[in-house]
Design a protein around this ligand. Sequence first.
Ligand SMILES: NC(=O)c1ccc[n+]([C@@H]2O[C@H](COP(=O)([O-])OP(=O)(O)OC[C@H]3O[C@@H](n4cnc5c(N)ncnc54)[C@H](OP(=O)(O)O)[C@@H]3O)[C@@H](O)[C@H]2O)c1
Length: 326
Amino acid sequence: MRLAIIGFGAVGQGLARALVETGFVITAVADSRSAAINPDGLDIPEVLARKEKTGLCGDTGVGSADILSSGAFDILVEVSPTNADTGEPALSTIRSALAMGKHVVTSNKGPIACAYHELKALADQKGVMIGYEATVAGAVPIVSGLRQGLAGNTVQSLHGILNGTCNYILTRMRDEGLTYPQALQEARDLGYAEADPTSDVKGIDAAIKLVILANTVLGMDVTLNDVAITGIDSITLEALSLAEAEGATIRLIGEILPGKNQVRVSPRVISLDHPLVVDGTLNAISVCCDLAGQVTFIGKGAGPYPTASAILADLNFIRDAYDRGA
Ligand SMILES: NC(=O)c1ccc[n+]([C@@H]2O[C@H](COP(=O)([O-])OP(=O)(O)OC[C@H]3O[C@@H](n4cnc5c(N)ncnc54)[C@H](OP(=O)(O)O)[C@@H]3O)[C@@H](O)[C@H]2O)c1
């Protein structure tokens, strides 16, 4: 199947590399200032080399709109930056692709958090699919795990470590006695934290992921405004020491209680032997189900290849369904 990739940064380039020998053909790529289109398939090593050398993946004056109007793709892969307020401009791009009868796969949280129900209705109307596994917890297959692996269960609660940056900071504060500013600086130096870490450390990024899970697999209808959010920026070494004395630690936990229509993110004291106590940038999600009991997923929540893994899973799912004539 032919892919158009919108966004050619860490994830877009990681995906392009991971797609070699998968049978998918990349016919178009776009970054913020350029695009390349070849309906017969782009020379990806050449595109990657050009991006590295010039900062451009293709020609200036060409963009996402040209890729859409070319129609030279079966699946649009949207991996441009997240805008959690409006989902734009990715939301409009995704809407257009679905309206054209094209499948969509995205790692971009904005459009899914802002407009999943609308996009899913459009996809259903057009007989196409929308995959967004990569929007939550990177490589961890939580969307398909809940939707397919635990199908038939009622999820009573979901708790998760959904932000690797916060988990890294809290891990380093506990293990090395670093203060919050010291641990944040270290996370920045290692490239785990953005130059502006506000969305991560204030709990907003984790809240957006909870909104996606609540609305898309747990049958809820919530917005970011419905989430009670407290970040980790006030956590002190003294608080961690007090927790430690009780055989516990502090982690930023996202919580969904579907029966109470409740979604929240907050630092919580958690026993050291709890399965959600994972180290460093790992993500972990634990669900309590009526039939399966407690099931915990742990894995890499970010990075070009872990994210490409989730995108590739969605692409393969769509291709398999297409091959079966679904
Ligand atoms: N990185 C991760 O580990 C990870 C994990 C899960 C989900 N995500 C999500 O995946 C998406 C991509 O992340 P990333 O880390 O690859 O970001 P990134 O490295 O900042 O790359 C973003 C890419 O999108 C391009 N872009 C910006 N505005 C655009 C526009 N209007 N049209 C077309 N392309 C545009 C940028 O162009 P330039 O190259 O010209 O700047 C860049 O190539 C984000 O939504 C992110 O939240 C990332």
